[in-house]
Design a protein around this ligand. Sequence first.
Ligand code: SF4
Length: 92
Amino acid sequence: MRKSIDLWGQTVYPPPKGLYAGQPGKGPAEYQCRDCHHFRRLTYSKTYFKCALTQPRWTGGAATDIQARAPACQHFSDTMGKVDPTRGLKCS
Ligand code: SF4
């Protein structure tokens, strides 16, 4: 994840570019979009990552792509059973 230093010397993490359902980083810690039920992988001649919750706003351009490694947003969904809520860790 990109990081930079603000005017006061603090490390800040600018939000990743793309069309996310919520604010990346507001979801459960240590999880990423690629762990989410709403994560979509569209494969044509190349592979594009999208969030299913924003599907009505998808275009053919990169502006609506998301990054698989972006931190999860507040709409993160665990219906795939990847998250162990008792430990907050990924199940293997
Ligand atoms: S965490 Fe899930 S709902 Fe949120 S932007 Fe990523 S894929 Fe979409």
